[in-house]
Design a binder for this molecule. Structure first.
Ligand code: NAP
Length: 294
């Protein structure tokens, strides 16, 4: 068997197109243009690349992006003051603080200060709690993208045996909550899990989010399972060249799985698409308009 490839690039492009059409409709019908503020502290090269990519995608969707930059030496008080200003600005519907933050700033305090209604990253404790309670919440973008990709294979996830490897606050735990909300039977595995291969072999849906290059091998996967690979790991090959691989040994697993996301081109592109979707939803909620069903 060779797995069907779940093409995240194509699916994300479709999603972004839908968001752009809905954004144009919002502007035409209500004269509202969703606005997102992207906050970057310092000059970390990887963060700067991410911020540029997000800003470009926001503009392409017909939304307004505002870049707010602070020096690497900025204090926590300065960043809190900027968050307060953005919380109060009616032109700003979404606030995204690029992580990681410099050492002198407590990221948890900053994320907690973002207005939950504008928390398009879904990391504010109120949104985390609402998601855990099964209430409507702004959910984190990468986990949302994982579930959307899984649903391209299984339109209903109800009753599926799902195994999530990884329990981080930004990926593993929210993926678990979203899958539970879809009525999957969810097991969360982590570095202390006993006999991880056997746990994974139970899964109809396997989500790998460990940051361990190509950890999930072919014989860990139940034949026909759907595999969502969240990992983004840079490795150096035998030829000395560096490349990006996932947390799944793709060439082995694609021979066993029923469907699999590639890396790159799987979960990665969905993250920005879901950021746009969250910003659109936040704008509708803030303007007391019905949320789009995309
Ligand atoms: P993280 O915070 O480092 O968490 C990794 C999780 O994997 C932890 O829960 C850890 O368990 C578990 N783990 C590590 N080694 C393990 C092992 N040998 N066996 C079982 N579990 C193990 O990482 P993260 O932020 O969740 O990110 C995970 C991966 O996703 C990374 O490759 C990251 O680059 C990628 N990522 C991609 C996107 C995207 O847009 N596609 C977004 C975010 C992250 P313990 O809790 O027991 O330590």
């Amino acid at each position: 068997m060779t797995a069907r490839i779940i093409n995240g690039t194509t699916i994300a492009a479709e999603q972004r197109g839908k968001v752009a059409r809905e954004t144009a409709r919002l502007a035409a019908a209500h004269n509202i243009v969703p606005g997102i503020a992207v906050v970057l502290v310092g000059e970390d090269p990887a963060s700067s690349v991410y911020v540029r990519a997000k800003t470009k995608a926001v503009a392409e969707a017909g939304m307004r992006a505002t870049d707010r930059k602070l020096a690497a030496s900025a204090s926590e008080a300065e960043l809190l003051a900027l968050i307060a200003e953005l919380n109060a600005d009616p032109q700003v519907n979404g606030i995204l603080v690029q992580l990681p933050l410099p050492k002198q700033i407590d990221a948890h305090r900053i994320i907690s200060a973002i207005d939950p209604a504008k928390d398009v990253d879904g990391f504010n404790p109120l949104n985390v709690g609402r998601l855990a309670r099964g209430l409507p919440a702004m959910a984190p973008c990468t986990p949302l993208g994982c579930v959307m990709l899984a649903k391209t294979v299984h339109p209903s996830l109800a009753g599926l045996e799902a195994v999530v490897i990884g329990r981080s606050n930004i990926v593993g735990k929210p993926v678990m909550q979203l899958l539970l909300a879809e009525n999957a039977t969810v097991t969360v595995a982590h570095s202390r899990t006993r006999d991880l291969p056997a746990v994974c072999r139970r899964a109809d849906l396997l989500v790998a989010a460990t940051g361990r290059p190509e950890m999930v091998r072919g014989d860990w996967v139940k034949p026909g399972a759907t595999v969502i690979d969240v990992g983004i790991n840079r490795v150096t090959g035998a030829d000395g060249k560096s490349r990006i691989v996932g947390d799944v040994a793709f060439s082995e697993v694609e021979k066993v799985a029923g469907a699999i996301t590639p890396v790159p081109g799987g979960v990665g592109p969905m993250t920005i698409a879901c950021l746009l979707l969250n910003t659109l939803r936040a704008t509708c909620v803030q303007n007391r308009l019905p949320e789009p069903t995309l």
